[in-house]
Design a binder for this molecule. Structure first.
Ligand SMILES: [Zn+2]
Length: 466
């Protein structure tokens, strides 16, 4: 938006003069000197007041002389009632404006064309403020958010307002996902895609994991909170691509990785989605988001995960041709667990461990299975490990995967789980309903996926309650 710099300059001169005279008279009164921080804060407050007035006056000025009658959405006629004063909460705080209000249609609905034009909800939050509130809401707990917002915005916003605007962003994300799901089940769309695939990522990764969320809805009268407590799995999916990390930028872990594998990979273009739902339902999201990225058309599609069976069932169902890899670190950890259970601390343990780890690294899963089998009679965990390595043997051909240059660790989605679930949903004071947890997590996932602006645009375009 271009604005007239002369108007801005002349307003700035007046503000500067006003502050100069305040500060000078303070100094003359020998009451001490204002610090720059005090001046900045009160200048910010003054500018906020200007914003409040300017926005209210602008909106009122946009109200043209009202027509006597206008068309109603139902096909009927609305009659001009009166100019009505309304309040909205904008980035500057609570501001009032005047606009024409129409009613009297047989459908009983009233409306204000000015509100429609700017997506205003009288008494509610503007889209400009909503995106800032939601940004606080995805980062801080809802009871802490108002404190941070007060510092940045210089006015008070309630915890509930932050919560509802954040959840609304999550609801918008959910709506986009639902649209993708519908699209991905449409045969014509799928055929058209296959005929004209356009650009396809040549090597695409998908990864899934889950993290526990404590659901604890506010107790109803007469019920104790314990009766409501319940742990649910938040399933997280991450789509990404990889690139090699230049030597100078490698972390300690990446340097070790480079020594062993001759290459250090990192994830890029990460896109997350999440939900608290059954695996079948999550599968629809897996398929739909994959369709939007043309995962099914990608010449190399690679899935990484731990041993959770729901993950591999979904991958096999929706992407039967994908390469399946069990996260190296999970597999290695299984061997460590067996070693500590089967051997006392000492050279026997470390010799055994060294041998099986090397075999696993070389993709010799059968050798690993035999080594665990040899311990199975006297060690329960070794018996379980036999089952684990047997089930996932084809997903552990690490020699092949390394030779192909694939990433073999699922750290990307695990870090996603941490960022989406642990760092926000497990903050102290967090109290979640399933819907609240899902919508907050979806909003956060959108932010982490670089998808935020698209939600903000939608929030501006959708003034009325969704
Ligand atoms: Zn009507």
């Amino acid at each position: 938006m271009d604005y007239n710099t002369e108007v801005i300059s002349s307003a700035a001169i007046q503000i500067a003069e006003m502050f100069k005279s305040i500060v000078m008279s303070q100094q003359q009164g020998r009451q001490g000197v204002y610090t720059i921080a005090q001046i900045e804060t009160s200048m910010r407050e003054a500018l906020r007041q200007i914003g409040l007035q300017a926005l209210g006056q602008f909106l009122s000025a946009m109200q043209t002389t009202p027509d006597r009658e206008i068309a109603c959405a139902c096909g009927g006629v609305l009659h001009y009632q009166r100019m009505r004063e309304e309040l909205i909460i904008s980035v500057f705080g609570k501001t009032s404006y005047r606009r024409a209000y129409y009613a009297g249609c047989s459908c009983q609905q009233g409306k204000s064309p000015l509100d429609e034009q700017f997506g205003l909800e009288p008494g509610g939050v503007t889209a400009g403020l909503a995106q800032l509130l939601a940004l606080a809401g995805i980062e801080f707990s809802y009871d802490q958010s108002p404190k941070w917002l007060q510092a940045y915005l210089l006015f008070e916003v309630s915890e509930n307002t932050v919560r509802s605007e954040t959840e609304r962003m999550g609801a918008l994300q959910e709506k986009q996902e639902e649209a993708l799901i519908q699209c991905s089940q449409d045969e014509t769309y799928l055929q058209e895609r296959q005929r004209r695939p356009g650009q396809v990522v040549t090597r695409l990764y998908g990864s899934m994991d889950a993290a526990k969320v404590r659901i604890e809805p506010r107790p109803k009268k007469g019920q104790s909170p314990e009766e409501h407590e319940d742990w649910r799995d938040m399933k997280v999916l991450c789509w990404f691509e990889t690139e090699s990390v230049p030597p100078a930028q490698r972390s300690a872990r990446q340097r070790t990785q480079a020594e062993r594998q001759q290459v250090a990979l990192r994830a890029k273009n990460l896109r997350y989605c999440c939900n608290i739902t059954e695996a079948d339902d999550f599968g629809q999201l897996l398929w739909a988001t994959g369709c939007s990225l043309k995962a099914d058309l990608s010449p190399e599609l690679i899935f990484l995960g731990d041993g959770a069976i729901w993950i591999w069932n979904l991958v096999t169902k929706y992407y039967p041709n994908a390469i399946q890899i069990v996260d190296w670190y999970h597999a290695e950890e299984h061997l460590e667990i067996v070693a500590s259970a089967a051997f006392p601390q000492g050279p026997d343990r470390s010799n055994w461990l060294e041998g099986v780890k090397q075999a696993l690294w070389d993709g010799q899963v059968e050798q690993v299975i035999s080594a665990c089998e040899a311990l199975a009679a006297s060690c329960d965990l070794a018996r379980k490990a036999v089952h684990y390595f047997y089930t996932h043997a084809e997903r552990m051909r690490y020699d092949h995967f390394r030779a192909a240059g694939y990433m073999i660790g699922s750290g990307t989605v695990e870090s996603g789980c941490k960022q989406i679930v642990t760092q926000r949903l497990k903050l102290p004071g967090a109290q979640w309903t399933v819907l609240g947890a899902v919508q907050t997590a979806k909003a956060r996932a959108a932010w982490l996926s670089g998808h935020w602006q698209s939600l903000c645009d939608q929030r501006s375009a959708l003034p009325l309650a969704i």
